[in-house]
Design a protein around this ligand. Sequence first.
Ligand SMILES: Cc1cc2nc3c(=O)[nH]c(=O)nc-3n(C[C@H](O)[C@H](O)[C@H](O)COP(=O)(O)OP(=O)(O)OC[C@H]3O[C@@H](n4cnc5c(N)ncnc54)[C@H](O)[C@@H]3O)c2cc1C
Ligand SMILES: *[C@@H]1O[C@H](CO)[C@@H](O)[C@H](O)[C@H]1NC(C)=O
Ligand SMILES: *[C@@H]1O[C@H](CO)[C@@H](O)[C@H](O)[C@H]1NC(C)=O
Ligand SMILES: *[C@@H]1O[C@H](CO)[C@@H](O)[C@H](O)[C@H]1NC(C)=O
Ligand SMILES: *[C@@H]1O[C@H](CO)[C@@H](O)[C@H](O)[C@H]1NC(C)=O
Ligand SMILES: *[C@@H]1O[C@H](CO)[C@@H](O)[C@H](O)[C@H]1NC(C)=O
Ligand SMILES: *[C@@H]1O[C@H](CO)[C@@H](O)[C@H](O)[C@H]1NC(C)=O
Ligand SMILES: *[C@@H]1O[C@H](CO)[C@@H](O)[C@H](O)[C@H]1NC(C)=O
Length: 656
Amino acid sequence: MLHRPSIWWLAATLSVLAITSSSSAQTITVNNKTVAADESNVSPAVDVATGHGGFESLQLTDRVLANLTGLKLSNISLFAFDNDTQSPEPKCKSMPGDASYPSKATWEALDLLTGGALIRTVPLGSACYEGEYYDEARCQFLINNWNDSDTHVPDPSSVMSPLFEGATCEPQDAALGKDCTLGGFPAYSLNVTTVAQIQLAINFARRTNIRLVVRNTGHDFLGKNTGQGALSLWTHHLRDIEVIHDYESAGGSYRGPAFKLGAGVMVYELYEVAEREGYTAVAGECRTVGVTGGYLAGGGHAPVTPIHGLGSDQILSVNMVTPDGRFITADETQNQDLFWAIRGGGPATWGVVTSMTVKVHAKTVMSGMTWDTTTTAMNISDDTFWKAIEAYWTRYPEFSDAKSYGYCRMSALPEGGYAWRAKPLMVPGMKLVDFKKLVKPLLDDWAALGVDPQIEFFEHESLYGAWSRHFPVERVGSPYARTASRLLPRKNWEDKELMAETIKTIRGIVEEGAFLVHYNINADEPENTPESSVNPAWRDVIMFNIIGLTWDADTSEEEVAAIHNKLTNDLAQRLKDISPGAGGYLNEGDVMDPEFAQSFYGEHYDRLLEIKNRIDPKSVFWAPTAVGSEGWYVTGQEEYVTKQNGRLCPKCASKY
Ligand SMILES: Cc1cc2nc3c(=O)[nH]c(=O)nc-3n(C[C@H](O)[C@H](O)[C@H](O)COP(=O)(O)OP(=O)(O)OC[C@H]3O[C@@H](n4cnc5c(N)ncnc54)[C@H](O)[C@@H]3O)c2cc1C
Ligand SMILES: *[C@@H]1O[C@H](CO)[C@@H](O)[C@H](O)[C@H]1NC(C)=O
Ligand SMILES: *[C@@H]1O[C@H](CO)[C@@H](O)[C@H](O)[C@H]1NC(C)=O
Ligand SMILES: *[C@@H]1O[C@H](CO)[C@@H](O)[C@H](O)[C@H]1NC(C)=O
Ligand SMILES: *[C@@H]1O[C@H](CO)[C@@H](O)[C@H](O)[C@H]1NC(C)=O
Ligand SMILES: *[C@@H]1O[C@H](CO)[C@@H](O)[C@H](O)[C@H]1NC(C)=O
Ligand SMILES: *[C@@H]1O[C@H](CO)[C@@H](O)[C@H](O)[C@H]1NC(C)=O
Ligand SMILES: *[C@@H]1O[C@H](CO)[C@@H](O)[C@H](O)[C@H]1NC(C)=O
């Protein structure tokens, strides 16, 4: 099925033109007459290609480029595909203010060719700051809802971990007399709705040597979705979901139901369609995380991982635009290296994914329990609390074998004691009667200790019921937090002494004030999964830990530095010390991990790096802790945290 670029697509975009025409406007020459190029004579540079449906049929082709060259559109060479495999000496990325940075007229060419999809960045918080964007009601809304991911998702450039853009233009800071600057935000975003627009942008960024970033929902915890002076590809509007009841994978390893997901599809949209169509989908727990963006490329853990594997284990086929600007399919029979790399080897590294086709599974029953309490509410001592925790944690291998997904959080309270919740501890595929049998010995131990967290049991006939009722709403938007993670292997439970040491170490970290998000999860590889690059540490995991430290607006600079250092060099190191050779989860890991390659990619790093250098010889894509990131740095950073509010430069090369 082919879709023609329709008139609405041309017209709708004009109202959002962020660049006004000026005397330096682009020109084209037709019949020896030079006229201003505008929407009436330069159609968006797009061709209708066969082999793909929907937005993926709208592509940039050599035919289109030849046509535009014929029309003498200025700057057209800046949009050409890569035509060599040379790896020139890397140079710092070009930034606003540099002579080499694209002029206004050059940006206008990009805007014209993309049908007016270019958006100049106006930070979301600017409604709170004096000037042309000030809007009192909107500002109040932003202040009241800053911790809700829904506030950030629909904005082209806002990020949910503002630490990494330099916490500039935060709504609540306007009252403190701070300025709203662009900080680590991109200079422009492109609101992409076709493959052609992504191709034009990648070619443009590569040929002008500007920084390119990709932003989908803005959820990333490491600042991989933003960059000062960058062009950002905003994939949020690629929201198609195609249901394929009987899919046969290219290599023949899978036959069954599958969904083809556009790059902007979010978890809740996927779960809703799966529920309606009678399937279970593998995705995360936060409603608005993007599925084929950071989540699947990074591995992705899910409530049903214990029975169906990791998110990346579901991927059957990937459509993407590579750093040379070409649109390709990677699966078991073509572009196999990329197919291996993109399934776990991280986002923002190999190109821009436009869609992924993923396995879905039959619906199944979900049973489990939740609690949400404090030691005060339970009227127990800290010592009793830790005995209750020990009774639970020592059962992790047994629960893992039963395919449990335990999602808990605990933290020391300022007034003493601990907050403790499980939302939820469940077993996908298990009836409630059996679940109760499984947890009875644990609950008996707790009763004997006098620990009653006021458990609520549940049973639902599908994931959707359990997920929509028993999972927490996660808060975002704090610039005062840093996290690290560790995938603790089964080995730590096999030896009694090491198990005791493991529990003692984690307890110590919590007692010292870190919050602990922990999952009891089993991420075994499902049968017939083609080899992938996902961190091998996932396959041995029994307990996945995220630890975090927080501070606040009043914390002194020295203390903030000490907190960052403590997280990376002390607390996270203690978890490494008890699990040598294990790893961390790249989507929820420590951006400053000094051994990030080993931690996030394990034994796959060398092969991933070889593929990266081959597929992206001109370093179009870069993100902190991504494969190949060690060759670059962001200027002007403290040694204890890398933010994206500086210029991206190669570590050993000529200056700009
Ligand atoms: C509240 C919350 C809950 C979470 N729960 C889970 C969970 O249950 N399980 C889990 O595994 N993870 C979870 N995560 C982590 C989540 O997987 C990552 O934050 C992930 O990076 C989010 O991807 P995104 O596309 O939504 O976000 P973005 O911040 O928009 O993008 C994330 C990364 O992907 C890149 N990217 C986005 N789209 C594309 C594309 N089309 N092509 C190439 N690169 C792209 C971006 O450049 C960036 O590097 C959670 C995160 C949050 C904030
Ligand atoms: C365009 O101009 C050239 C000389 O500048 C002339 O040779 C040619 O005939 C002109 N073409 C048209 C279509 O007028
Ligand atoms: C080439 O340009 C002509 C004139 O503007 C236009 O009608 C035609 O559709 C273009 N073809 C392609 C492939 O872009
Ligand atoms: C792009 O075209 C404009 C207008 O013709 C010109 O001023 C500018 O120098 C060109 N930019 C590049 C990078 O060639
Ligand atoms: C590659 O393309 C650029 C821009 O169109 C051009 O200047 C260059 O000569 C081309 N090189 C080769 C080897 O074709
Ligand atoms: C982005 O594009 C979509 C689809 O065309 C459109 O609905 C939306 O209004 C655009 N958003 C902005 C901010 O340009
Ligand atoms: C809390 O526990 C202590 C003993 O540990 C007991 O004396 C006290 O009455 C309890 N308080 C409540 C409100 O149950
Ligand atoms: C909510 O956002 C504010 C900034 O507006 C931040 O200070 C606070 O830490 C955030 N709270 C959470 C729970 O993330």
